[in-house]
Structure formats: structure tokens, C-alpha cells
Design a protein around this ligand. Structure first.
Ligand SMILES: Nc1ncnc2c1ncn2[C@@H]1O[C@H](COP(=O)(O)OP(=O)(O)OP(=O)(O)O)[C@@H](O)[C@H]1O
Length: 282
């Protein structure tokens, strides 16, 4: 079996907020074309890792290097957030849904492509007068949005206001919107939050499709163990900003450090494993 190439190398990452160290000398490798889960108790530093990765926070120290398949190595820690999405094609979703609720589903997906449309508009003239170059870019943006809606089985909802749709569908639209940027790395922050068991199972299918069929690397923060244990190829576990374990789901769920971080020392063995896996097979 060949080892997949490394897509992202996180090296000695530290993020401090005043006296609080949210990420503490964290190193992690994210392989290309795989699903990497990031788990850990509340406040462990998972979202802060995403914020450093996607340019929302500037790390105190450390590096985040992306091996971009066409552009070569990119130092994400030095890029502003709009360039992380536009140039590095590292795209994220948020813990709290951030769709434009009054826009239609299709419009939400077109807005995600504003970088391309803005460039085609030449920052006013071509857009205002709808010159041919802009019209072509607009058509392509609609086609790309329609393609992702079809792949994610959302076409029938294209003209509905996004905010009127059920929570599980809104989470799916957020993923479709992120896909419109052709991500090299798709970072999902708790995509199963608020989903019922059927919707969680559908999310599993979707993630396996995106990674298995389309080859998109996914970095997945998730508390729902029925998702993370079933879809992840590899899992990193963070506690108090430090990596305390990594490995396959099966390795991680029996790791004493992980069990301790989730439950403390005094629980029965079966309860401990259940608390980490949520009863999910791994
Ligand atoms: N902008 C900020 N300013 C100050 N402290 C922050 C900031 N962002 C995060 N923190 C702190 O950093 C720590 C890690 O927070 P983070 O949101 O990354 O944890 P998490 O693992 O994502 O938690 P959860 O699973 O609850 O979402 C917490 O103590 C949090 O309060």
C-alpha cells in the first residue's frame, strides 16, 4: 500500500490570546484525497486551528504549508483569508450556518464565486455594461452552481430562499457553496451539528462521495462520532490545544489518553469507548 502524499503540513503551530494558549505547539499532517477528522473536547482548540488555517487568525508561531497541486508550496500562515480561499483553494464552512437566508439557493452558490465575477467585471465597467467577458464568467458561474446542486441532489430547491429550508438541507447547501470554489482542501466545522440520525447518515454518504469519487481532501471537525468514526481515514485528537493522539478511528477510540480527555479516569472500559465513539463502529 502506498502512503498518500501530504497536502497540508501543520508545524509547531501556537495561537495565544493574551494569557490563553488555544493551540500549543501543534503539528499535524493532512494527506491528499483523504478524510482527516479532528476531534477533542469543547474548547480544545479545533475551531482556532481552522481560523489559523483559513486566514481568520494570524498564528502566534508555526507554519501551515499547503502542497498545492498546481501552484506548488504555499505558506497559508502568510495569506489573508480571501487569498486562502481564492489562491490556495482552502475553503471552510462554519459551526453556525452562514448562508444568506433571503437569497435563493442558487444565488448563494453564485455569490460564492464573487472572486471570479469581480475579476471578470474589471471592477465595474465590464460588469455594469455586461460586456461579453463578464457574461461568459456569469454563465460559467451559473453552470458551476447548477453542477454542484445536481451532484448534491439540491437542484429542485434552486429557487427556494435558503433560510426557509430545513436545517439539514441548509448544511448541505453550505457544503455545495464551498465546493463552488473548487477546493483543494475542504474544511468542515461540525457539519453534523443539529442533524438528526437520518441526516447524519446522508452526510456520511456525501463526504465519502466527495472524497472517494471526486478526490477532494476533507478536514473534518466533528463531535458526532457516528460521522467522524465512520468516514475518517485518519483522526487527530486535540486537548487543551495539544495533539494527544492520532491514528485510524480504531486506534484512536481505544487510546487511553483520548478516553481520559473525554471522560476522566474513573469510568468502566465499555462506557469509555462508547463515549469516544458514540457507539459507532470503527
Ligand atoms: N478570539 C478569541 N479570543 C480569545 N479566546 C479565544 C478566541 N477564540 C478562541 N478562544 C479560546 O480558545 C480556546 C479554544 O477555542 P476553540 O473555539 O478553538 O475550541 P473548540 O475545540 O473549537 O471548541 P468547541 O468544540 O466547543 O467548538 C477556548 O478557550 C476559547 O475560549
Amino acid at each position: 500500500m502506498t502512503t498518500p502524499a501530504t497536502l497540508l503540513s501543520v508545524r509547531n503551530l501556537t495561537m495565544r490570546f493574551g494569557g490563553l494558549t488555544a493551540i500549543d505547539d501543534l503539528s499535524l499532517e493532512v494527506p491528499a484525497g483523504k478524510i482527516t477528522g479532528i476531534i477533542g473536547p469543547n474548547g480544545a482548540g479545533k475551531t482556532t486551528l481552522f481560523n489559523c488555517l483559513t486566514g481568520f487568525y494570524k498564528p502566534t508561531t508555526g507554519t501551515l504549508r499547503l502542497a498545492h497541486p498546481r501552484r506548488g508550496e504555499m505558506a497559508l500562515e502568510a495569506l489573508p483569508s480571501h487569498r486562502v480561499a481564492r489562491d490556495a483553494q482552502v475553503v471552510r464552512t462554519f459551526q453556525n450556518i452562514r448562508l444568506f437566508p433571503k437569497m435563493t439557493v442558487l444565488e448563494n452558490l453564485i455569490v460564492a464565486q464573487h472572486n471570479v465575477l469581480q475579476r471578470a467585471s474589471q471592477f465595474s465597467i465590464a460588469g455594469i455594461f455586461k460586456l461579453p467577458g463578464y457574461r461568459k464568467a456569469e454563465r460559467q458561474a451559473i453552470e458551476r452552481a447548477a453542477m454542484w446542486l445536481a451532484r448534491l441532489k439540491l437542484t429542485h430547491l434552486a429557487d427556494d430562499a435558503a433560510g426557509d429550508l430545513p436545517y439539514g438541507i441548509q448544511r448541505r447547501i453550505e457544503i455545495a457553496r464551498a465546493l463552488c470554489v473548487d477546493p483543494v482542501l475542504l474544511c468542515l466545522d461540525e457539519p453534523a451539528a443539529g442533524l438528526n440520525p437520518r441526516e447524519s447518515a446522508e452526510l456520511n454518504e456525501l463526504l465519502l462521495y466527495l472524497c472517494g469519487e471526486l478526490g477532494i481532501a476533507i478536514l473534518l471537525i466533528e463531535h458526532d462520532m457516528s460521522v467522524v468514526m465512520n468516514v475518517s481515514d485518519h483522526i487527530g485528537v486535540i486537548s487543551y490545544g495539544r495533539k494527544i493522539a492520532e491514528g485510524t478511528p480504531a486506534q484512536v477510540k481505544h487510546d487511553p489518553q483520548v478516553i481520559k480527555a473525554y471522560l476522566g479516569e474513573d469510568e468502566e472500559e465499555d462506557e469509555k469507548v462508547d463515549a469516544v465513539t458514540g457507539g459507532a463502529a470503527a
